[in-house]
Design a protein around this ligand. Structure first.
Ligand code: ADE
Length: 415
């Protein structure tokens, strides 16, 4: 069963998937093993992820491992219709198209749940949240879930604290081979890619304001600087603010940064980071983009209320004419790297999705031992992915000698 924009788009989708697959060597190794061992035989996996080519490679890996796949997007603007069609053509149950309304988005999440999944793979926690609130009849059957992103983990930890979590969840986001690469280098490159593709403007010589200096913000600030921008960071956390300053960035309040910025990129995971009081101070022509999970970091209602006219001036660029100035919003304030580009690079998603595949297998193998908690990815899985990634890159590293191992373990031994 499927509900996609146009099934005839599948060939172009398949070409994209093939390209992604060729650049995901670690996941390919896992797929080869899964094909032989079929660890998910008889298991239904319900997925809500950004439905683009790398996600399709993860889904087919699980399918070849024996799983039945029901999949939808986790953001109304990130689904690529040709990829969704290709997934349907492969026999997955797909319910997703680009530009879903809010109602359609939730209908599609529910359609995935109608398949009564044993395992959930989520990005942002909307699917897990839906099971816990409106589809509680499914809770008994669910073995557990894997969550992809910081925003989802924040929600899940709050549920865990309140004792509201009804199955174990594997925290893929906090695996080292995920956040150190995906959140930093992935978001850094793909957010700038989305902005550059969409605007066709030069970054060098511009002032770029990055809101938030978590792993995503670090990546974006680093790449904006590399492209020649003067980068300002805004933060609420004093330690992160200090780090940003010592990494060489200017740090100030958004109130002040608003007057200076040419391009603003939010990466905080919090709402209303850019709001009326800031918009009023911005320069004519300021460009706003969001790289956080939800589209509430830039207050769109404030933009609308200030605007005398709103029009699309280029694909994915809305112009808000405030009378005395014009402000531009990219990708309707949704994740700029997915709404305006193709998401993170393949090599990065190779590691993130290898964590997802192995976390799902771990859930299944340890189903009798796990409690209704949020679990970190076991270090052996994380380290194993790093080793395979290094191997795929042709990089060898040193090993400790026996004497060095003894030295590190023996607290009595000095210099
Ligand atoms: N592609 C698939 N999932 C993604 C994610 N969470 N971020 C960026 N690109 C992606």
């Amino acid at each position: 069963m499927y509900k996609v924009k146009d099934i005839n788009l599948w060939k172009e989708g398949e070409r994209k998937i093939e390209w992604a697959r060729q650049h995901m060597p670690v996941l390919n190794l896992i797929r080869e093993r899964f094909e032989k061992e079929k660890p998910f035989k008889g298991i239904t996996i319900g997925m809500a992820l950004h439905l683009e080519a790398k996600t399709a490679v993860l889904a087919e890996t699980l399918m070849l491992g024996g799983a039945k796949i029901a999949i939808t997007g986790c953001n109304p603007l990130s689904t690529q219709d040709d990829v969704a069609a290709a997934c349907a053509k492969k026999g997955m149950h797909v319910y997703a198209w680009r530009g879903e309304t809010r109602e359609e988005y939730y209908e599609n999440l529910n359609r995935v749940l109608d398949h009564e999944p044993d395992i959930i793979i989520d990005d942002g926690c909307d699917l897990i949240f839906l099971v816990h609130t409106k589809r509680t009849e499914l809770l008994d059957k669910i073995i557990g879930a894997c969550e992809e992103t910081t925003t989802g983990i924040i929600r899940l930890k709050a549920m865990e604290r309140e004792g509201a979590l009804k199955f174990p969840v594997m925290d893929v986001n906090d695996a080292y081979t995920k956040y150190l690469f995906d959140n930093r280098y992935g978001t850094g490159q793909s957010a700038m890619d989305g902005i550059i593709r969409t605007t066709n403007l030069l970054i060098a010589g511009k002032t770029v304001v990055v809101a938030g200096y978590g792993w995503c913000g670090r990546g974006v600030a680093m790449r904006a600087k590399g492209l020649g921008a003067d980068v300002i960071v805004t933060e609420v956390n004093p330690i992160r603010a200090l780090e940003a300053r010592m990494d060489g960035f200017r740090v100030m309040k958004m109130d002040k940064a608003a007057e200076e910025g040419d391009i603003f990129i939010t990466t905080t995971g919090c709402k209303d980071v850019i709001r009326k009081e800031h918009i009023l101070k911005m320069k004519d022509g300021a460009i706003l983009a969001n790289a956080g999970h939800f589209d509430n970091e830039i207050n769109k209602r404030d933009l609308e209320s200030l605007a005398k006219e709103i029009k699309e001036v280029r694909a994915n660029i809305l112009e808000y004419n405030l009378g005395d100035k014009k402000i531009y919003l990219l990708g309707k304030g949704r994740l700029v790297n997915l709404a305006c580009a193709d998401g993170h690079p393949c090599e990065v998603m190779d590691m993130s999705f290898s964590n997802q595949a192995l976390a799902a297998e771990y859930l299944l193998k340890n189903r009798d031992k796990l409690e209704n908690r949020v679990y970190r990815i076991p270090y052996e899985i994380d380290e194993g992915i790093a080793k395979l990634k290094l191997k795929s890159m042709g990089i060898e590293i040193d090993e400790l000698t026996e004497e060095q191992k003894r030295y590190l373990e023996d607290w009595r031994e000095g210099t």
